[in-house]
Write a protein that binds this ligand. Structure first.
Ligand SMILES: C=CC1=C(C)c2cc3[nH]c(cc4nc(cc5[nH]c(cc1n2)c(C)c5CCC(=O)O)C(CCC(=O)O)=C4C)c(C)c3C=C
Ligand code: FES
Ligand SMILES: [Fe+2]
Length: 420
């Protein structure tokens, strides 16, 4: 039976239950060492695993084929029905040469792994200081289509002493600020799948709750003040490159990865959440400049959400508006869509390299941004909730059993958490 209403309000409650299990051992690689901080000595309930979830990208051009075949096999991203396993690899194979060229043009691979590992490690260092109650914090990265895959992250968690009969807490922290069922939803479905496989009973997939990993989720953060501040500071830095008399007339074009209209019409929350980020950033900037939210990177022949970034730039140029700043607003580091599509295609070709058309730096290593991640994580760790109430409401048009089971699972995790 498809569930179309909130599963429970359990995620809103703060639990005060007896202390949950603390890992008795803290293992790094093959070496087993005593936990750096124990509950007895310091009151810490750590260690805590902080798992950064994202789609990932090929680190080298050799990985493009595998990346695309995993991506086109994902029915949460590209539903191809019963023919998924047949058509998916065909489309991936046909697309690979073109995409290899694009990755070759941006230096031979996606920088997303480098940035994700950096952001996660730096955030954990800050958290160790600001949240000693849950320290030490150990960074992990779980990608959906590239290494390190979710299943490898899960295996590492178990090797490192989380779960496996010992309990231990892990936070699935989506690195997509705005929730879409095709992105964060897909990563959560994958996490739930590997949880059943690696911690479930072989025959039934049933999990013994007492010794398995306690999961909670940071599932969206479109208007977090630190995120907004990080975007605003990067926009201000770019605007400062224009002569003062032109600055207030620069048009701000916020550009986000588009969605197929079939996903929008299913009721996906992403367009509204992206718009919320744009509005918050514009408010922080004092609404001084004209702006538009536009959409990029559509793939395939079906209708996608517009207006398209590329058309918008061409249109504005035609009307004589040659000062504009492109702002990638739905991704937190550089990737092929910024380095190739925006820089080379939109600015280089559509705008013919006009000096008035520029792109804002991606958040990448921004200390303001990394502090924002640490703040989000600290508030979450101390809240005693497993996920936002919003995460448990399925899209009006959702018919996916994976979504149903995943949400049931995270709703139940709430009963195991306690406020710190
Ligand atoms: C918030 C970001 C993203 C959303 C939403 C999103 C939805 C979405 N994407 C596809 C299909 C493809 N996406 C591809 C690459 C890609 N997508 C995003 C982000 C979002 N996608 C990024 C950051 C990247 C690049 C990764 C990197 O370089 O590191 C690709 C592969 C490239 C290509 O073949 O063009 C495809 C395909 C769909 C269908 C979709 C929504 C349903
Ligand atoms: S597609 Fe949105 S909840 Fe299933
Ligand atoms: Fe995409």
């Amino acid at each position: 039976m498809a569930l179309r209403t909130p599963l429970s309000r359990a995620c809103l409650r703060t639990k005060i239950s007896p202390a949950t299990s603390v890992l008795s051992q803290w293992r790094r690689g093959n070496a087993t060492v005593a936990p750096p901080v124990t509950q007895d000595a310091t009151g810490s309930k750590g260690p805590t695993a902080m798992v950064f979830m994202n789609m990932g990208g090929p680190s080298t051009t050799d990985e493009v084929g595998t990346f695309l075949s995993r991506l086109f096999a994902d029915a949460d991203l590209i539903p191809l029905g019963r023919l998924q396993n047949y058509i998916g690899p065909l489309i991936a194979r046909r697309r690979t040469p073109k995409i290899i060229k694009q990755y070759a043009d941006i230096g031979g691979g996606s920088p997303i792994r480098k940035w994700s590992e950096h952001q996660a490690a730096e955030m954990c260092k800050i958290l160790d200081k600001t949240s000693p109650e849950t320290a030490p914090h150990k960074p992990y990265v779980a990608f959906r289509y590239a290494d390190p895959l979710t299943e490898h992250m899960y295996q590492r968690l178990l090797e490192d002493g989380f779960g496996g009969g010992k309990g231990g807490r892990a936070v699935a922290f989506t690195q997509y600020p705005q929730y879409s069922c095709s992105t964060t939803g897909s990563s959560l479905n994958e996490l739930w799948k590997w949880r059943q496989r690696l911690e479930g009973k072989r025959a039934t997939g049933e999990v013994d709750p007492s010794g398995s990993i306690q999961w909670s989720v940071i599932d969206r953060w479109p208007t977090h003040s630190g995120l907004v501040e990080a975007f605003a500071q990067n926009i201000e830095a770019k605007l400062a490159e224009y002569p003062e008399d032109r600055r207030d007339n620069v048009i701000l074009l916020f550009s986000a990865h588009s969605l197929p209209m079939s996903v929008v019409n299913r009721g996906d929350p992403y367009p509204a959440e992206v718009a919320a980020t744009v509005w918050a950033v514009m408010q922080r900037l004092g609404m001084k400049n004209q702006y538009r939210l536009v959409w990029q990177s559509q793939v395939g022949p079906q209708p996608w959400l517009g207006a398209q970034t590329s058309d918008t730039v061409k249109n504005l140029m035609k009307k004589g508006n040659t000062d504009m700043v492109l702002i990638p607003i739905a991704f937190t580091s550089d990737h092929i869509e910024t380095l190739y599509e925006l820089d080379k295609e939109v600015i280089g070709e559509d705008a013919e390299g006009h000096e008035g058309v520029k792109r804002v730096e991606s958040l990448n290593g921004s200390p303001v941004f990394i502090n924002a991640l640490a703040d989000l994580a600290k508030v979450h760790l101390h809240s005693g909730v497993a996920c936002s109430p919003q995460m448990l409401l399925r899209c009006p048009g959702c018919v996916s059993e994976r979504c149903l089971e995943q949400k049931k699972f995270f709703a139940k995790q709430d009963q195991r958490l306690e406020a710190v």
